[in-house]
Design a protein around this ligand. Structure first.
Ligand SMILES: Cc1cc2nc3c(=O)[nH]c(=O)nc-3n(C[C@H](O)[C@H](O)[C@H](O)COP(=O)(O)OP(=O)(O)OC[C@H]3O[C@@H](n4cnc5c(N)ncnc54)[C@H](O)[C@@H]3O)c2cc1C
Length: 454
């Protein structure tokens, strides 16, 4: 039977459902990344765990597959994937956070954003291993490992997860932890959304009420000395310093502050988990380059979500990524030849996120992504308002990644990877184990993760 012959209206009994042609279908299928065009058979928007279970069961009863999605920040790998037999399960209305300040734990409901977790933790002098943007959801981020500015000291965010409540491919509700369904627990922490619909996440919080954080900004003309200085500085920076360097190009837009609008700049930002004197001492070599803007200082830990200046609203974007080892002077020259002064790379930014420290250390009880090899995550991103711009942007991003190939190491950060291919993301043995767990928990392949496993 083709999907058009199936009575999709049966899904409506499970939860709010939008079918093609319904007035709400386009808004419900829209990912945060506006360049991604998802055309599922239906979009289900559950508001309770019971509705998630009912939606999965209804889809199963109709012979349809199910793709969980929280915000669509990481929807890139689903772009172009045929979804005409798939129910897109939007978890954006299934939200909530409870903080246990004594245990320093948060109980996070399936589709909750990091901003809400950070806001709930802050009154207790706590924060979390969140990423740069508050409107990313906890689920997709921790299921892909999760790189936080705190990570050089505290490791990938997936290691802070203590338990996951999961609706399985059959619509059952199970708890995955070190004690219960340990293989599922291992697979979900880094293996992505192919193993179940995550409806609850229990995670450890960090004891930081305030942090020394901010950004330094220079005109791109200064990129040769700034990139060389940051590469040398980051080589010996302690684990307490979690920073990134970006060469960025901003269009002339009235909504941007004047120091960004229409400008090409180089920015170093992040956090230094030290007291003020030691943090200032560590940053001195970068401040000696006389940045035009310097916002580094002690701020409430929740303020770290603003430091990276991620877009406040959805954007159409394409990206390319690799992981690099140490950056010698030739690597700096190669990068500058692509994105330095006088170039027109076509990118919105090329970013080097500093890895190493606790990112590089696997933990005994960790999941499928419990560490990340290499020294820098390279992430090149272009704005893609049209399919033509997306093709050009992807080519531009791929070109920078290709130029840096001599410094590439065999690793990928799942949350930074737009491609659906899992090759290179996991060691051979881990990839085999992920496929085995997938077969155990979802033998008919009902769940459609961004990165297909098994
Ligand atoms: C502006 C911006 C800033 C970012 N900053 C960082 C950063 O600092 N560090 C970092 O590591 N990454 C970062 N990312 C990448 C981001 O972590 C990934 O895109 C992540 O997948 C987003 O999670 P999400 O749930 O919001 O995304 P979604 O697009 O909703 O989900 C992505 C995939 O995760 C799975 N998934 C999501 N929710 C569930 C669920 N409840 N149950 C089962 N599976 C689910 C699905 O397979 C889905 O296809 C950033 C991305 C953007 C666009």
């Amino acid at each position: 039977m083709t999907t058009s012959q199936i009575d999709l209206a049966a899904l409506r009994g499970a939860c709010e459902t939008h079918l093609p042609g319904d007035p709400g279908y386009d808004a419900a299928r829209q990912a945060w990344n506006l360049a991604v065009d998802l055309r599922p058979a239906a979009v289900a928007v559950p508001r309770t765990v019971a509705e998630v279970r009912a939606a999965v069961r209804a889809a199963a009863g109709l012979g349809l597959r199910v793709a969980p999605l929280s915000t669509g920040h990481g929807a890139g790998p689903l772009d172009g994937v045929p979804l005409d037999d798939v129910v897109l399960l939007r978890l954006s209305e299934l939200t909530g956070v409870t903080v246990d300040p004594v245990a320093r734990r948060a109980l996070v409901v399936g589709g909750t954003l990091w901003a809400d977790v950070v806001a709930a933790a802050a009154p207790h002098g706590l924060t979390a291993l969140h990423g740069s943007a508050g409107d990313v959801a906890v689920a997709g981020y921790v299921l892909g490992g999760g790189l936080s500015f705190y990570g050089r000291r505290h490791g990938v965010a997936a290691n802070s997860v203590r338990a996951l409540d999961v609706v399985t491919a059959d619509g059952d509700l199970v708890r995955a932890s070190a004690e219960e369904h340990p293989e599922l627990f291992w697979a979900l922490r880094g293996g992505g959304g192919s193993f179940g619909v995550v409806v609850g996440i229990e995670l450890d919080l960090l004891l930081y009420a305030e942090v020394y954080a901010g950004m330094l900004l220079w005109d791109r003309e200064r990129a040769p000395e700034v990139v060389a200085a940051w590469a040398a500085w980051s080589r010996s920076a302690p684990d307490s310093a979690g920073t990134s360097l970006r060469v960025m190009s901003f269009p002339p837009l009235p909504e941007l502050p004047p120091f960004l609008s229409g400008r090409d700049v180089v920015v170093v930002d992040g956090v230094v988990l030290e007291d003020d004197d030691r943090a200032a001492e560590l940053l001195a070599p970068l401040r000696a380059l006389a940045p035009e803007v310097d916002t580094f200082g002690r701020i409430p830990a929740a303020g770290l979500l603003q430091v990276h200046m991620d877009p406040p609203t959805p954007v159409p974007a394409v990206a390319s990524h690799s992981v690099l080892g140490e950056l010698d002077p030739e690597a700096v020259t190669a990068l500058l030849d692509q994105v330095g002064p006088g170039t027109r790379s076509g990118l919105m930014f090329a970013e080097l996120r500093h890895l190493g420290g606790a990112f590089a250390r696997s933990v005994d009880d960790g999941g499928a992504t419990s560490s990340v090899a290499g020294s820098y995550a390279l992430y090149c991103c272009a704005v893609a308002p049209t399919p033509e711009a997306a093709a050009a942007g992807r080519a531009a991003a791929d070109a920078v990644v290709a130029t840096m190939a001599p410094w590439q190491v065999p690793a990928l950060v799942p949350t930074f990877t737009e491609s659906a291919a899992v090759a290179g993301m996991f060691a051979t043995e881990d990839a085999r184990d992920l496929a085995r767990v997938r077969h155990l928990v979802d033998p008919t392949g009902r769940l459609v993760g961004g990165r297909p496993i098994g």
